[in-house]
Design a protein around this ligand. Structure first.
Ligand SMILES: Nc1ncnc2c1ncn2[C@@H]1O[C@H](COP(=O)(O)OP(=O)(O)OP(=O)(O)O)[C@@H](O)[C@H]1O
Length: 588
């Protein structure tokens, strides 16, 4: 009997111990799960990361949801500070900590202690601030210089990019290689580089400098100089010089004289002499690397416009003089229904000003994040308008180089306007400047092979994927991780993705640009003839005859509800530049 009791006692002890162990283990597992995914499944967690409501404007997506997507954090300074402190590609990741910095900055990126990144799925997103970024590993002090734009997070764990399917080789129904291809310039470093080591590629941006064309030589030299700055410089410098909200008073006699020529513009109604104080500034609707974009009203025509104000000190400090001049010159040359129209540009002794049509529907990015993803039909509509615009730009030898949903504005009529030509360039040959937004950069840019208009077709592939899936095909918390994935050519496909759209994406995301759709001898026609666009009449696309899938919720042409609110008092007057520096902008 006693033996029996002992035996039962032991069983009881074993039972209790194992219950405890299981309880602890189970709790541990549950905590981990919560930490990674919160209370949601993968899809809702991702969506939460993509569309965390914040202050500011609203937009109505094609699923009827409203709210401002996560990227918008009212104060641009705080936003950049976050980006700097996390030191990662910010389009899909968000820092937990923030420091102090200004509206433009050189980023220090790397794996140092400042990097407080956590699971990307839970994040809010910093905005589309373009930044001349120096990526550096805090501990080793290795820096890279290249111009890329920070986007915002949506949250996609790199571990999700798992299964692979490489891009198809071109099928026979498309044209062959573009004969202009592969006229390699000697670049000993680039040539010996392993294509899979994005680190090597990016840490040696100075290598580009020998073999760039004229304009790029300038760009790259500038970037090289930029290496000398450290994060402290940035924090200090970037907290200064944003113009106060009184742009009307910058117009004095001297300016009038200086900008007289550019102030006289031939319009439909004859020659108009423009003045800055023709424009009444109403409200800031966007921020950029060098300043801000304001809604304003033309007192003469009573039309609403968008005024992009760029602080010259910042343009000079960030070595972006050529890019800004490119932007203005290219914008002056182009006119297309799906491209933003530049009405006028001028300068005073502190700022450059560009006046555009005001596009009141806000960014496609907002609608996409609110909707989670778009239907194939919706994506097809926007893709078609972009194809039409790219075909036009490429016909003028202009490569756009910054295609992404943040740069696509929706007009009141529901049609697109491509904005931000800061990286656009008129090509004479290939170009070597490393620029773009990490998730949208083509492999040849990463590999410093020299690039051409093919990079826009690559970016179109990324964009179509992002519209259909809700996040881009190549994602990682670190830019280098993104580059590795781009170079690997591996894409994870959603099970229920439209197979025809998938086929087009695969043909656009071909690493070998000589086999990339759009970049072969038939150019854009190959893209236009793809089955995904089979139902389209391209003249109807151009004439805006297609029915837009989303109509922005706006009450009048000057409505700002689709843009975030920016505290106006944060803007300080930009410092005047001295006469020597002013000369850089003589032809602006
Ligand atoms: N014509 C416009 N109408 C309405 N909003 C506009 C217009 N142009 C720009 N914006 C808003 O201002 C934001 C910044 O504009 P833009 O991207 O041209 O500036 P940027 O200085 O080049 O920015 P970035 O640093 O991201 O390159 C845009 O994302 C958009 O939200």
């Amino acid at each position: 009997m006693e033996m029996w009791h002992k035996f039962l006692d032991r069983i009881l002890v074993v039972w209790r111990v194992s219950t405890c162990v299981f309880a602890i283990f189970g709790f541990g597992l549950y905590s981990c799960w919560k930490q990674i995914w919160g209370d949601h499944d993968l899809a809702s967690a991702l969506r939460e990361g993509l569309a965390t409501p914040t202050q500011g404007g609203k937009a109505t997506g094609d699923n009827g949801t409203t709210g401002t997507p996560a990227r918008t954090i009212g104060n641009p300074q705080a936003r950049i500070a976050s980006e700097m402190s996390t030191a990662t590609c910010a389009r899909f990741c968000t820092p937990l900590s923030s420091g102090t910095a200004g509206s433009t900055s050189k980023l220090t990126t790397g794996n140092g202690s400042g990097n407080t990144m956590t699971s990307a799925y839970k994040k809010k997103i910093p905005s589309n601030n373009s930044t001349t970024a120096n990526t550096a590993n805090d501990s080793s002090n290795t820096e890279t210089t290249f111009t890329f734009k920070l986007g915002r997070s949506n949250g996609r764990s790199s571990s999700n990019v798992a299964s692979s399917e490489s891009s198809d080789p071109l099928e026979s129904d498309y044209s062959e290689e573009d004969p202009e291809q592969e006229q390699q310039r000697p670049d000993p470093v680039t040539n010996s580089r392993s294509s899979s080591t994005a680190t090597t590629t990016t840490t040696s941006s100075a290598d580009h400098d020998n073999d760039v064309d004229e304009e790029d030589e300038e760009d790259d030299e500038d970037e090289e100089e930029g290496n000398g700055r450290d994060a402290d410089d940035v924090t200090h410098d970037s907290s200064e010089s944003i113009e106060e909200d009184d742009g009307n008073e910058t117009d004095d006699e001297e300016d009038d004289d200086e900008s007289e020529e550019s102030s006289s513009v031939q319009t439909a109604k004859g020659v108009r002499k423009y003045h800055l104080d023709d424009y009444q500034i109403i409200k800031t609707v966007g921020t950029g690397t060098f300043g801000r974009v304001c809604l304003c009203r033309d007192r003469i025509s009573e039309k609403y416009c968008a005024m992009k104000i760029l602080a010259m000190t910042e343009v000079i400090r960030l070595k972006q003089i050529e890019h800004v001049k490119n932007e203005r010159n290219i914008l002056r040359e182009i006119r297309h229904p799906f491209v933003i129209s530049l009405e006028w540009s001028t300068k005073d002794d502190s700022n450059l000003y560009m006046i555009f049509d005001y596009v009141c529907g806000g960014e496609l990015f907002t609608y996409l994040r609110n909707a989670g993803k778009f239907t194939s039909q919706t994506s097809n509509f926007y893709a078609a308008e972009i194809v039409s615009a790219l075909e036009y730009l490429h016909s003028l030898q202009i490569v756009y180089r910054d295609l992404k949903p943040e740069n696509l504005l929706i007009n009141r009529d529901g049609h697109l306007k491509i904005t931000d030509f800061g990286f656009a360039k008129k090509l004479r040959d290939r170009t070597w400047t490393l620029c773009g937004t990490p998730e949208y950069i083509a492999p040849e840019i990463i590999q410093s092979k020299g690039h051409n208009k093919a990079v826009d077709w690559w970016a179109l592939g990324v964009l179509i994927y992002e519209m259909l899936v809700g996040y881009p095909p190549f994602y990682d918390e670190q830019p280098f991780g993104i580059y590795e994935k781009i170079l690997s050519g591996k894409i994870e496909w959603e099970r229920h993705m439209d197979p025809i759209a998938k086929d087009l994406i695969k043909k656009l995301l071909v690493n070998d640009r000589t086999k990339r759709l759009g970049n072969m001898k038939n150019g854009a026609d190959d893209v236009k003839r793809h089955r995904w666009f089979k139902h389209l009449n391209w003249n109807d696309v151009y004439s805006k005859k297609l029915k837009p899938p989303i109509l922005p919720d706006v009450h009048h042409d000057g409505d700002t509800k689709n843009f975030d609110d920016y505290p106006e008092k944060d803007w300080k007057p930009a410092k005047a530049v001295d006469q020597r520096d002013l000369q850089y902008f003589n032809d602006f």
